[in-house]
Design a protein around this ligand. Structure first.
Ligand code: FNR
Length: 383
């Protein structure tokens, strides 16, 4: 591919260069994938209002996320198995985020450990926690994140039971992959992926393997995680984790007005309006559709981030226009990583930054803080 101009180009390269099992893992949703699809198609239904003869010099995409200066209203979302898209993927993505001046969030289910990422970056990153039944494991993990200098905890609330993704079952997803004949045939054309993977010195699932009781290698991890996601997660458990953490807290996976009010009253520093990229409750409304309802429910003061479906700077602008203070991206950066490693993530971020900047100019806006409902036209029945 000669010139890469959009996230879709990176997605095509990602598909070509990464084992099918891991590409499918990223590019899928649960059950019928209705919510996964609508996360992106609903963005396309939102139209932008063009403005002319407005001074557009001196524009800025800079803002703050929970008090931290960011170059644009975008952070990298926690993505499990990032290090299977490319060897050392979490380190590569974190470094690209650092260079772009935006936060990186490390998933509990990452391949590289908290310490691996800390050793290869200088900016503090954010850590995402899945609440497990084993409180000793949770507390020890929080201590490790604090020690590594993580400056915020992203607590994911929408995955206490795993949404079923058909492709993962059909592909027999494991990390590392089992070297079956179909996998070997697939790898034959993706040798660079395999070559880089063989070079890595990281221990797989470094946040869990060797830290959780009874998990000494990646093969014993599957059964541990399946039985460890805590189905009893409630606000009292969230409060216990908040007290144990003691730092900035972002609640992820809010998609309902009542839950949003509870999250606000609980005193979270921010919430992420998200349906986990359509990977959990299939049939839920898209996150961009729920966003204005949630903004209205919690009022103007609460810091709201939004993810699920963002594939361009135009989408970022639309999310801000409908009430988000900032956004997170998942697949948009994963496509960059799978396509071209660290350089690919950097390319994805630069594409989005430039799209946001140019679209702001054509909408007659100089500052991300001024974006609002006046910038968009919504189809009947959207709200
Ligand atoms: C995710 N997501 C996710 N979220 C989380 O809190 N912890 C995790 O480990 C993961 N893992 C994960 C893996 C993959 C492959 C994807 C695509 C997503 C959800 C993620 O943080 C975010 O909510 C979505 O990716 C946002 O949707 P888009 O931007 O991918 O459409």
């Amino acid at each position: 591919m000669a010139v890469i101009t959009c996230i879709d180009d990176l997605k095509r390269l990602h598909k070509r260069r990464t084992p099918k099992m891991f590409y499918d893992y990223a590019e899928s949703g649960s059950y019928t994938e209705q919510t996964f699809r609508e996360n992106t198609t609903d963005f396309q239904k939102i139209r932008l209002r063009q403005k002319v003869a407005v001074d557009m010099e001196g524009r800025s995409t800079a803002t703050k996320m929970i008090g931290r200066d960011v170059a644009m209203p975008v952070a990298l979302a926690p993505v499990g198995l990032t290090g299977m898209q490319r060897a050392d993927g979490e380190i590569k993505a974190a470094r690209a985020a650092e260079k772009a001046g935006i936060p990186f969030t490390l998933s509990t289910m990452s391949i590289c450990s908290i310490e691996d990422v800390a050793a290869h970056t200088t900016d503090p990153f954010w850590f995402q926690l899945y609440v497990m039944k084993d409180e000793d494991f949770v507390d020890a993990t929080l201590e490790r994140a604090k020690k590594a200098g993580c400056s915020a905890l992203v607590l994911t609330l929408d995955l206490q039971i795993l949404g079923q993704r058909h492709k993962d079952l059909k592909n027999g997803l494991t990390a590392p992959p089992k070297l079956t004949l179909p996998v070997l045939l697939d790898l034959a054309t993706k040798w660079q992926w395999g070559f880089e993977m063989l070079q890595t010195k990281r221990r797989f699932f470094g946040n869990i393997v060797g830290h959780a009781k009874g998990v000494s290698d990646a093969s014993s991890l599957g059964s541990w995680t399946a039985e460890q996601f805590d189905p009893k997660l409630d606000w009292s458990k969230i409060a216990r984790i908040r007290d144990q953490w003691g730092g900035k807290l972002i609640l992820k996976g809010i998609l309902d007005e009542d839950d949003a009010r509870l999250a606000r009253d609980f005193g979270a520093d921010a919430m992420i309006v998200s349906n986990h990229g359509g990977r959990q409750l299939d049939g839920a409304l898209s996150a961009i559709r729920m966003l204005p309802k949630i903004r209205e429910a919690v009022g103007p003061e609460m810091e709201i981030f939004m993810d699920s479906g963002i594939r361009s700077g135009q989408d970022v602008l639309k999310a801000l226009a409908l009430g988000a203070n900032s956004t997170f991206i998942g697949r948009a950066f994963i496509h960059g990583l799978g396509a071209m490693g660290e350089q690919g993530v950097a390319t994805a971020l630069e594409i989005i930054r430039k799209e946001l900047d140019i679209t702001m100019a054509l909408c007659g806006e100089k500052n991300v803080h001024d974006l609002g409902r006046h910038n968009v036209l919504l189809p009947t029945g959207f709200l």
